[in-house]
Design a protein around this ligand. Structure first.
Ligand code: NAP
Length: 591
């Protein structure tokens, strides 16, 4: 290196030249950060090399996850920092002792949000602590938050946002602003990990990098949303009766040659196309030809192709409405967005054509697509066990169809599977792990399975698995649907499992076979004494299906059962439910 100016004496120049020769790029970045740190901490005084600058070399990544995606990001970040000399450890939030917080200097939080702003079960206690009065002051802590969420929900990424605000309130300093991730985030997270690693290595890496990063429980995923596997459709059967007012399909896909491994409880992600009728309707409504070239996340496409394959058009969400409003300045739309009730009403059942009809505006094709959301993959709970079906994966899909404003509408993925896919078609898929919905490790543990509608799907996988392992008994299924004769999904299979002893009990609730509705929770109440006995014997209880109504009502029913059968107060019943969740004895797969 040629040092042109001369504030240093010969000895200092020699020392600097000798230090800088042979440095790697990362070491150079660190040395530069080191001197900047010295300068910043010394003000105008003579600089003393302060050991505190180089002691900051530990990073703890805390993750809270339901599906396992936060854990995967934690592993990716850990891998990225391997070799930087930073001691990285990655810990699940339910294994983390909050008393350690005051001794931390660098933390990364990777946490998802569920439903209406709720933390995942494993992050609940930490969340209560850090947002509550007992949280200590943390002036020495530097942190970053990665918040996972889904923009269709009102309180998008709220858990991460709340943790970020709580940390800032108690004096911690953020390294990078909170990163909010919508469902398809592969590119964004890659970019963030690179940026974070650069900043972190610059500011905190030690002098002699040694690989100390620990990557635990992380296996490379072969196929992802970005790189799906093309699965061939082996079978597709409508499993609701001819006179049913529901249309539910059982679909079998081949995974042959993929090497994909999944477990009962996991989900399969499907990258569908939009209904072509809706794409054409948008084109004729707007007057675009469809040949206009537009840029979307995946690259440059004709508008028609982008609408068909890459953009969400069958549903709206708050973010799309907000972008639309900002672009158009439309006042009535602003009023809708500002009122939660009106916003919910507007979002329910409306699609992109409704928005264009209700608030007309002339856009360029590019401006139009910039407002829309990228088309997210749809996830379905797997209804098969690989121990029983080998290189196949089965799903159970209810087709969403309804008519509104005299226009027939359909759910994007469910209608893709119902209308566009036939036997031998190829479907782009990937597996989404769901570690929070798993059969107990101890096969002696009894299981109570509660599911309404297609929420019964994962229980077919659970029971196939138990049958393959020859585990008899200790299984109790509560199933709810509309009508016995047309909607009893997989009826013959349950009967055979009962006969063979793999299913010990089944209780069914057909809501529309009589004047008054009968739901799964009514059956739970009828059986409450026995249910409580099963729980006392250590049973796990599972709940799968609609999140908005069913899951809430079933949970309230369980609380009532704990009060009645366990003699608990309301408060104790809540504590008991929380304890079951924490011990992974109450697991839910609801959306
Ligand atoms: P659904 O619409 O949830 O209906 C199934 C049964 O539940 C019907 O008998 C319905 O009765 C009843 N029900 C309605 N409100 C209820 C309540 N508050 N408590 C208890 N039961 C109630 O069935 P679906 O169309 O099959 O939808 C299933 C839901 O599960 C969807 O929200 C889906 O997203 C979710 N899910 C699906 C999967 C999957 O892999 N496919 C996995 C997990 C979750 P009435 O209609 O007669 O009132």
């Amino acid at each position: 290196m040629n040092i042109q100016f001369n504030p240093l004496n010969d000895q200092q120049i020699n020392a600097l030249t000798s230090l800088s020769s042979g440095l790697t790029r990362e070491q150079t970045i660190w040395v530069s950060g080191y001197f900047q740190g010295l300068l910043a901490s010394a003000g105008t005084n003579k600089i003393q090399a302060s050991p505190t600058v180089i002691q900051k070399q530990k990073l703890t990544i805390l993750y809270g996850t339901h599906t396992g995606r936060s854990k995967t990001i934690a592993a990716q970040l850990t891998g990225k920092l391997a070799g930087s000399g930073i001691e990285v450890q990655s810990v699940a939030l339910d294994d983390y002792k909050t008393r350690q917080l005051t001794s931390e200097t660098q933390l990364v939080f990777i946490v998802s949000t569920h439903g209406e702003g709720e933390p995942p079960a494993m992050a609940e206690d930490f969340y209560q602590f850090i947002t509550g009065k007992r949280a200590p002051q943390l002036p020495n802590l530097n942190y970053s938050v990665v918040a996972l969420g889904d923009k269709s929900y009102k309180l998008y990424c709220q858990t991460g946002v709340d943790i970020d605000q709580a940390l800032s309130r108690i004096g911690a300093k953020s390294i990078l602003p909170v990163l909010k991730l919508d469902v398809d985030f592969e590119d964004e997270i890659e970019h963030w990990i690179n940026e974070f690693a650069e900043v972190f290595i610059r500011d905190f890496a030690p002098e002699n990098p040694v690989s100390q990063a620990r990557v635990e429980g992380f296996t490379e995923v072969l196929y992802t949303r970005k790189k799906p596997f093309m699965a061939t459709v082996l079978d597709k059967v409508k499993i609701t009766g001819r006179d049913s007012d529901k249309e539910v399909y059982h679909v079998e896909l081949s995974l042959e040659g993929s090497g994909i491994v999944y477990e009962p409880g996991d989900s399969v992600g499907i990258l569908a196309n939009n209904p072509s009728g809706l794409v054409n309707a948008i084109l004729s409504h707007t007057g675009y030809t469809g040949c206009e070239l537009v840029q979307v996340k995946e690259g440059e496409f004709s508008l028609k192709e982008a609408l068909f394959q890459h953009l969400e058009i069958t549903v709206l969400n708050r973010d799309v409405l907000q972008k639309f409003q900002e672009k158009t300045g439309n006042q009535p739309l602003l009023e809708i967005i500002s009122n939660e009730y009106q916003l919910d009403q507007y979002l329910y059942g409306h699609d992109v054509i409704d928005l264009l009809e209700d608030f007309p505006f002339q856009f360029s094709a590019q401006e139009f697509v910039d407002i829309l959301r990228s088309f997210p993959a749809r996830l379905y709970s797997i209804s098969s066990s690989q121990s029983a079906v080998g290189d196949e994966v089965h799903i159970t899909v209810a087709t969403v169809r309804y008519t509104r404003k005299e226009r027939e509408r359909a759910g994007a993925c469910s209608s893709y599977l119902a209308d566009q896919i036939e036997i031998d078609s190829q479907v782009p898929v990937f597996i989404e792990k769901n570690p929070a919905f798993k059969l107990p490790e101890n096969e002696e543990t009894p299981v109570i399975l509660v599911g309404a509608g297609t929420g019964v799907a994962p229980y077919r996988a659970f029971l196939q698995q138990r049958e393959a392992n020859n585990q008899k008994g200790k299984t109790w299924l509560f199933f709810g649907e509309r009508r016995f004769h047309s909607d009893f999904l997989y009826q013959i299979e349950w009967q055979k499992l009962l006969k063979d002893g793999y299913l010990e009990k089944i209780d069914v609730a057909f809501s529309r076979d009589q004047k008054d509705k009968i739901y799964v929770q009514h059956r739970l109440i009828e059986r409450q004494k026995e249910i409580f006995e099963w729980l006392n014997r250590g049973a796990n209880i599972y709940l799968c299906g609609d999140m908005k109504q069913m899951a809430r009502d079933v949970q309230n029913t369980l609380l009532r059962i704990f009060e009645t059968e366990g003699g608990m107060t309301e408060e104790k019943a809540h504590e008991f439910l929380k304890k079951l969740k924490k011990e992974k004895r109450f697991q839910t797969d609801v959306y």
